[in-house]
Write a new protein. Structure first.
Length: 182
């Protein structure tokens, strides 16, 4: 899978272009943000989150039916792990775990159980997510409520996502920020 640069010509404002060329991913969660030792400077999600996010706005608060928007703007109702967890669908959880596993990290169904970023039961990687940690510390529902929205921490997180997801997340949070200011 090839991951695009952080943005491309015509991408929404606020997402800065990367001078780094698109790279061939070694795993489904390859992150181009690596330090000299090859260690990721920001944990990357263990999934190819490129097509599971809807960018449509649903009312003035832009929430899905369950009211779940992750700190970074991911719509939980579009996430396969969240949907399988809420449906208590063990077969779907196993399928998601297989898809999100790699040679470096084998996930089981229990690793992808998720009730959303605001809960204690989050999938394997989310406990390390610096965007989630920051949002929990600040006590905001999502990054659009933060006085520092749009920050480098959020931009770095978005850089680990596929372009479609990144654009959808930014659109969601931009719409929410306008709503909160309004």
């Amino acid at each position: 899978m090839v991951y695009p640069p952080a943005s491309s010509p015509g991408a929404p404002s606020g997402i800065r272009a990367s001078s780094r060329p698109a790279t061939k991913a070694a795993s489904p969660w390859h992150s181009p943000a690596r330090d000299a030792s090859g260690t990721s400077s920001h944990p990357s999600p263990p999934f190819p989150y490129t097509t599971v996010i809807s960018s449509s706005v649903q009312g003035p608060t832009n929430m899905d039916a369950s009211g779940k928007i992750a700190f970074c703007g991911i719509n939980c109702s579009e996430c396969p792990a969240y949907k399988a967890t809420q449906a208590d669908d063990s077969e779907k959880l196993a399928e998601v775990a297989r898809k999100w596993s790699s040679d470096e990290l084998q996930l089981g169904p229990e690793d992808v159980l998720c009730d959303g970023c605001h809960s204690e039961r989050v999938f394997n990687w989310a406990h390390k997510c610096t965007t989630r940690q920051c949002g929990l510390e600040k006590g905001v529902e999502n990054c659009a409520q933060c006085d520092e929205y749009f920050c480098d921490k959020l931009e770095k997180h978005w850089g680990t996502l596929g372009e479609e997801t990144r654009v959808a997340c930014k659109s969601t949070l931009d719409d929410l920020a306008l709503h909160y200011m309004g």
